[in-house]
Ligand binder design. Structure first.
Ligand SMILES: [Zn+2]
Length: 312
């Protein structure tokens, strides 16, 4: 049987050959403008990507969601879009509105709500089978533009700054190692996050569930605690970055004057590539804006620390 990696390569080649929209949008990445915002110990890239306006400005309230046909359901997808089955429940698709040079959407075969509970093993399976990719999950209230249809996304490794930042001893340190799992804590990164590393998927899923239970107790009015997650696999080990969130969109998103910045942070932004679909935001956004936005949407270290006590 063909490996999933080879299957995805073939899917990309055939979709770019047969599907004009996807072909044009991937070619367009050659013209995407990028800036760097350089902080003391890390950099953040800002990408001007007008193709992402639909996703960044998506109305995700229940009324708007119920009023539109679900764009991830098989019956509503573009005729040219082919899929590659991943197990019996998921289908891998080429994302026609890319941020990454290789950008996938992995969708549930059934129209079912966006929830990570019970789905962490599937995420880790995807990471292991697609070792050239970062797999990411955006919760239904913090980045998913289809909160009503379960999905992951994946983007090629070597693009998100967090991959190298994780290796920086200044930014990220091993905090606890216990029972085949490691907890890594960050400092000076302006985003409240933590990372888990393990060679055991079962152990990671167990630690993840424990964290979710604790975090859910702080967000009891939500369908699930707000999380962005990045997972990858290399040389027999998974690395999972978890961004607990306390706000979906920052105040700048809703401003009706010149201070408006159309930025709707999700996994890719938290991983260090800020997506601005409007050129004026791309040109305007500065380090202070970003520091402020990160502090609005993510937990402070003081909020995060109690959730990590004795987690392993
Ligand atoms: Zn659907």
């Amino acid at each position: 049987m063909m490996s999933y990696s080879d299957g995805v390569k073939e899917l990309f080649e055939s979709q770019l050959a047969d599907w004009d929209l996807a072909n044009a949008n991937y070619k367009q990445l050659d013209n995407v403008k990028t800036r760097s915002l350089i902080f003391e110990d890390f950099q953040v890239l800002v990408q001007y990507n007008p193709g992402r306006i639909t996703s960044s400005a998506a109305k995700v309230d229940t009324k708007s969601i119920e009023a539109r046909p679900c764009f991830l359901c098989g019956k509503n997808r573009p005729a040219q879009q082919r899929g590659l089955a991943f197990g019996s429940d998921l289908t891998i698709l080429v994302n026609p509105f890319p941020i990454f040079r290789k950008h996938l959407t992995i969708v549930a075969n059934n129209h079912t709500d966006q929830r990570i509970g019970g789905n962490m093993m599937a995420m880790l399976d995807l990471a292991r089978e697609l070792p050239d990719y970062q797999i990411f999950y955006n919760g239904p209230q913090c980045g998913a533009s289809a909160p009503d249809h379960f999905h992951f996304q994946a983007g090629n490794k070597g693009f998100l700054p967090i991959e190298n930042d994780f290796l920086s001893e200044t930014l990220c340190k091993l905090s606890v190692a216990k029972d085949d799992a490691e907890l890594w804590q960050w400092a000076g990164y302006q985003r409240g996050l933590f990372s888990l590393k393990s060679a055991s998927a079962e152990r990671l899923a167990e630690v993840f569930d424990k964290f979710c239970c604790r975090f859910a107790a702080l967000q009891t009015d939500r369908p699930e605690p707000m999380l962005n997650i990045l997972a990858s696999y290399d040389k027999g080990e998974w690395i999972v970055h978890l961004f607990p969130r306390k706000l979906h969109r920052p105040t700048q998103y809703f401003a009706d004057d010149d201070s408006r910045i159309l930025l709707s942070p999700a996994s890719v932004d938290m991983g260090g590539v800020i997506i601005t679909p409007r050129e004026k935001d791309f040109l305007k956004i500065n380090k202070d804006d970003l520091t402020d936005i990160f502090s609005q949407v993510s937990l402070s270290n003081n909020e995060l620390l109690p959730l990590l006590m004795d987690l392993l």
